[in-house]
Design a protein around this ligand. Structure first.
Ligand code: PEP
Length: 258
């Protein structure tokens, strides 16, 4: 099975709705200038909630072949949950992806695997693709327990999902020590854990599901290091933070095969 590489840019808490439009326009122009073949890598932007409507209007209006999604979703369907954004609201805005369980949510908002599981379930039920983030911190890595730890998060985050549901989501392996630090994991580090994740998907949901599910690497990916990481057989794309805020740099990541 051929898995189309996915390059997703997580803007985090950066760029207002006007800046968002400028960045998506620049990205689209840069990729069009380079005659990017979207069959070679799918391109997705993940702006803050407040930018989504403007990004939707631009992408729909100009028929840009760029997908978009949200950085989080409520575990509730709606109602008296001040500040929460439901999956139905995001789906209505045309989001096709939702990041769940990013390490910054896990760390600063104490999100547990169970909550991540509920959020991923809501995204799936609304017809969106969750990008489920897992990955170890520095102490776990130094103790050599990174594979077991990450698989534990994976098990908890996907608990109770059917084979069909798992085949419809994306996993992002993001070692916390490599996020925003400039310290990228080696291609071998990325491959080791991505292969272990695929192995666990095969054990739990079968080889076909494991073969279909895309597994991304995230952590200080740049245009200059992406090709070596993408050369690894179990890495199907990248979740990109800082480098996705600069159109030329993100376009370089998208075109990892150049
Ligand atoms: C991220 O936030 O998911 C991420 C990988 O960030 P960065 O690329 O900046 O390390």
């Amino acid at each position: 099975m051929t898995r189309t590489p996915l390059m997703a840019g997580n803007w985090k808490s950066n760029l207002n709705h006007q800046e968002a439009v400028v960045l998506v326009q620049k990205l689209a122009w840069t990729l069009s200038d380079k005659k990017h073949d979207y069959a070679k890598s799918e391109v997705v932007v993940i702006p803050p909630f407040t930018d989504l409507r403007s990004v939707q209007t631009l992408i729909d209006g100009d028929k840009l072949p760029i997908g978009y999604g949200a950085q989080d979703v409520s575990s509730h369907d709606g109602g008296a949950y001040t500040g929460e954004i439901s999956a139905a609201m995001l789906a209505k805005l045309g989001c096709s992806y939702v990041v769940v369980g990013h390490s910054e949510r896990r760390e600063y908002h104490q999100e547990s695997d169970q909550l991540v599981n509920e959020k991923a379930g809501k995204a799936l039920a609304a017809g969106m693709t969750p990008i489920v983030c897992v990955g170890e911190g520095l102490e776990v890595r130094q103790a050599g327990e990174h594979v077991a730890y990450t698989l534990g998060q994976l098990d908890g985050s996907l608990a109770g999902f059917s084979a069909e549901q798992v085949a419809g989501l994306v996993i992002a392996y993001e070692p916390v020590w490599a996020i925003g630090t400039g310290e990228v994991a080696t291609p071998e580090d990325a491959q080791e854990v991505c292969a272990a994740i695929r192995g666990r998907l095969a054990e739990t949901w079968g080889a076909d599901v494991a073969d279909q599910t895309r597994i991304l690497y995230g952590g200080s990916v740049k245009a200059s290091n992406v090709a070596a990481i993408m050369a690894k057989p179990d890495v199907d794309g990248a979740l990109v933070g800082g480098a996705s805020l600069v159109a030329e740099e993100f376009a370089g990541i998208v075109r990892f095969y150049d």
